[in-house]
Design a binder for this molecule. Structure first.
Ligand code: MF3
Ligand code: CO
Ligand code: CO
Length: 327
């Protein structure tokens, strides 16, 4: 064999093998990139720290949940953005703010009697809040002039405390939101003044049941519409209606955050719930029509037909398998 022929054969063999090696290198590269693409969401790698601040690796924390949410989003379902998911330390702060607001409502039990003026309630709430180093979120909120909302009888919500005295038979919602260490806690409940009518008592009771039936629907991968449906069904069974102009809301770092929480509607609609979302449920239930009107003061909202209205509110957190009532 001449030297030249040997070189040509060698050259052919060599390029043949080099091509095979290159082919496999490209396959490995494509596989690695494909794998990376499959496990990396929003540029976060499996082994990076999770975006939620847990200090755990992404693959041991929110990766699986994110993949699930991604699939839901691709199906056209509304999913929460990451900024709606509170960190553990934020939750602890919100929990303290909620407990503080709750303690104010507890304190008012037994004190809401005929002859009491609602601006006296406002004074108590204001002074108690300030003296404990907290701040009333309502005060000057978008121009709201007081530290608490007091909504009597046909007032649906945002009743402004005033010199008017409570009458025997009134039902009144007291709605307190406190800011403690920068965190917001929002809660309200109904108080019976003296001896309200059977209808008023029933409305108050059904509205409370609506709140708790709504809360029962809170768990990961349920939807806002599941809460809404449970509330509306219960109200309707008793011949009452659900206010549509107002709803619950995300809360914690701000007074009113996303999402808007409808209290009427269909199951399996609206935003998907995810652990550590924090929001309020606060159904307003009317004895007559759900329609409302707002006075010229820009706040006081009444039933359009003058019928009675009742409301209860809690701030809740979605847990890994259900719900925590923070307030
Ligand atoms: N606390 C109410 C709510 O549940 C909001 C009151 S806003 C105010 O969302 F300005 F009227 F206080
Ligand atoms: Co609220
Ligand atoms: Co409130």
């Amino acid at each position: 064999m001449s030297g030249r022929l040997f070189f040509i054969l060698f050259y052919n063999q060599a390029t043949h093998y080099i091509r095979i090696v290159l082919k496999y290198l490209y396959m490995i590269k494509a596989f690695v990139e494909g794998f990376k693409g499959a496990v990396t969401i929003n540029k976060l790698n499996r082994n990076d720290f999770c975006w939620c601040g847990s200090q755990k690796k992404y693959k041991k924390c929110h990766l699986e949940m994110d993949e699930k949410l991604d699939r839901l989003e691709q199906e056209g379902i509304e999913v929460p953005y990451r900024d709606l998911i509170k960190t553990e330390s934020q939750i602890e702060g919100i929990r303290k703010a909620c407990r503080f607001s709750r303690s104010i409502l507890d304190d008012l039990e037994g004190k809401i009697v005929p002859g009491l003026r609602t601006d006296t309630i406002d004074e108590w709430v204001h002074d108690f809040t300030i003296s404990h180093g907290a701040y009333p979120a309502s005060l000057n909120y978008r121009g709201y002039p007081r530290s608490v909302c007091t909504s009597i009888n046909e007032v649906v919500c945002h009743g402004i405390p005033e010199a008017r005295e409570l009458q025997d038979g009134d039902i009144v919602n007291i709605d307190v939101t406190s800011i403690l260490d920068g965190y917001y806690g929002d809660t309200s409940r109904m108080y019976l003044v003296g001896d309200p009518s059977p209808l008023a008592r029933k409305l108050v009771e059904v509205a409370r049941e609506c709140l708790y039936l709504g809360i029962e629907q809170v768990k990961p991968f349920n939807r806002i519409g599941d809460i809404a449906y449970a509330i509306e069904q219960h109200a309707n069974v008793h011949g009452f209606s659900v206010v549509r102009d107002y709803g619950g809301h995300g809360v914690g770092l701000q007074f009113h955050e996303e999402p808007f929480v409808h209290h009427y509607g269909e199951r399996e609609t609206g935003m998907v719930l995810m652990p550590n979302m924090v929001f309020t449920i606060e159904p307003m239930i009317n004895a007559g029509s759900y329609k409302c009107r707002t006075l010229a003061d820009g706040w006081t909202t009444l039933t359009a037909d003058g019928s009675l209205s009742a409301q209860w509110e809690h701030t809740v957190r979605v847990t890994s398998d259900g719900v925590e009532i923070l307030s």
